[in-house]
Design a protein around this ligand. Structure first.
Ligand code: PHE
Length: 451
């Protein structure tokens, strides 16, 4: 066992930054626009907003609470909070698997971002022509060697940071650069919204067509809400275990949720007006961001410089998220198996690198290897975001609502009565006991066509 005192965040501000660093990432810049475009725009956005408020936030609050209450990793937390019912620790193990699955494709996409830093500098992607932009992206992802090497670069860098420890590694990296990304997105929005033809993009994003909302769209939006807030798989629980005792959990999580939403909306408003102005396909999926963002930069002064900066900052944002993903298995391995932090990081990175091979080769060598009609990249994404995370969310709600119980929740969310959170606590308890798990279950069963 590890008898050293547990590492933790050193300030209230550090907690906020690190939690935000986990939430904000490729999910905002890459996944949110891709899924919004693929699923018809405004209707999807509306469902995603509802899912974030009614499901995401309550789950985020109680998941973080569990971690801080037990001060342990995602598996041991359930053992400690309810020693008589050992079965609940399955939630932690599902999170372990989900973290590896997510990282196997997430680190691949982060690799594309790293590669785009150099493409931006060289001027290769300075184009508003969908054909040239598409070819540049295709060239990168269909090259098996390049995709793998970039992924390994990402894993090497983030693995190195995590070995330095929680407070030093995570806080230091995420603290400084996020405001800059926000600013750059604002500039991008201003340019995109003033392009001729921009209004069509705004209509796509904000005037819903309800006929496009199918059970699959609902599940995809719900999965995105979990993925975005890093919940349902032990990340927020593990970060909660590093929270300070005086942290106001509902207030912190609500702030993170709002900031995260604004980054996604800014990314959407930077991308969709340009999609319509330049004639890109809104349903381009994973390639959407990599084609349209360079087009917007190309149409403004100083484009090359800003474009390079944008991909650097996006790379930084992805680091914050990957560190939080790595922390789930690393905390489990160190605290349950007594391995050192460095060793745990190395084992985790190796597992991801192995899973990452089929994910990274999904656009080249292994494009035709399909399970349930999906290549490895899509399968890992689907299994984690649309199955494991919602399932984890249901179980966390049931554990908190029916096993952990109201008196403990009141104690935890009010910091032993020091905070006046009574209204919030009532609302959270009401939601997570029945409403939220039932809503997730219905969407999950419908979306998977099991019901
Ligand atoms: N929330 C991160 C993002 O949007 C991804 C993530 C998912 C991080 C799950 C941790 C856990 O980029």
């Amino acid at each position: 066992m590890n008898h050293k005192p547990r590492d933790g965040f050193t300030s209230t501000f550090g907690v906020l930054v690190a939690t935000l660093g986990s939430a904000v990432g490729l999910g905002n810049i890459w996944k949110f626009p891709a899924l919004t475009g693929l699923n018809g725009g405004a209707g999807f956005l509306l469902v995603y907003l509802l899912a974030t408020l009614l499901v995401g936030l309550p789950v985020m609050i109680v998941e973080t609470m569990l971690g801080r209450a037990a001060r342990a990793n995602a598996v041991s937390t359930f053992e400690q909070l309810e020693p008589r019912q050992g079965g609940w620790k399955i939630i932690g193990w599902m999170g372990f698997v989900a973290a590896l699955l997510i990282m196997s494709f997430y680190s691949g996409v982060a690799g594309w971002v790293y590669a785009y830093i150099f493409k931006a500098m060289s001027g290769e992607i300075a184009t508003t022509d969908p054909k040239i932009a598409g070819a540049a992206f295709g060239q990168l992802v269909s090259n098996p060697v390049a995709s793998l090497i970039w992924q390994w670069v990402v894993l090497g860098i983030t693995g190195g940071i995590i070995m330095l420890g929680v407070a030093k590694g995570i806080e230091a990296v995420t603290r400084r650069l996020m405001p800059l990304l926000f600013l750059l997105l604002l500039i991008l929005c201003a340019r995109s919204l003033t392009l001729p033809g921009a209004s069509e993009g705004l209509a796509f994003l904000f005037s819903p067509d309800f006929s496009k909302i199918t059970p699959t769209v609902l599940l995809t939006a719900l999965g995105l809400a979990f993925f975005k807030l890093s919940i349902g798989m032990g990340t927020m629980l593990t970060y909660g275990s590093y929270f300070r005792p005086d942290q106001n959990i509902p207030a912190t999580t609500a702030r993170v949720m709002l900031a995260d939403l604004s980054v996604s909306l800014l990314a959407g408003m930077a991308i969709f007006p340009a999609v319509f102005a330049f004639g890109f396909a809104p349903a381009a999926g994973p390639s959407l961001v990599f084609m349209t963002i360079p087009a917007v930069f190309t149409s403004m002064p100083g484009g090359t410089l800003f474009m390079t900066l944008f991909f650097i900052l996006t790379a930084v944002a992805s680091v914050g998220a990957i560190l939080s993903l790595l922390e789930v298995p690393v905390a489990i391995l160190t605290e349950r198996f007594g391995v050192g932090r460095k060793q745990a990081a190395v084992y985790t990175i190796l597992m991801i690198a192995a899973l990452g091979i089929p994910a990274s080769l999904s656009n080249s060598t292994m494009a035709d290897v399909k399970v349930f009609g999906m290549n490895a990249f899509d399968l890992f994404d689907f299994l984690s975001s649309n199955v494991l995370l919602p399932l984890g969310g249901i179980l966390i709600c049931l554990f908190v609502g029916w096993v952990y119980g109201l008196p403990q929740i009141e104690k935890q969310l009010s910091n032993d009565g020091k905070l006046a959170n009574a209204g919030v606590i009532k609302a959270v308890f009401f939601l997570i006991r029945v409403v939220t798990p039932l809503a997730i279950a219905v969407v999950l069963l419908h979306g998977l066509k099991l019901f």
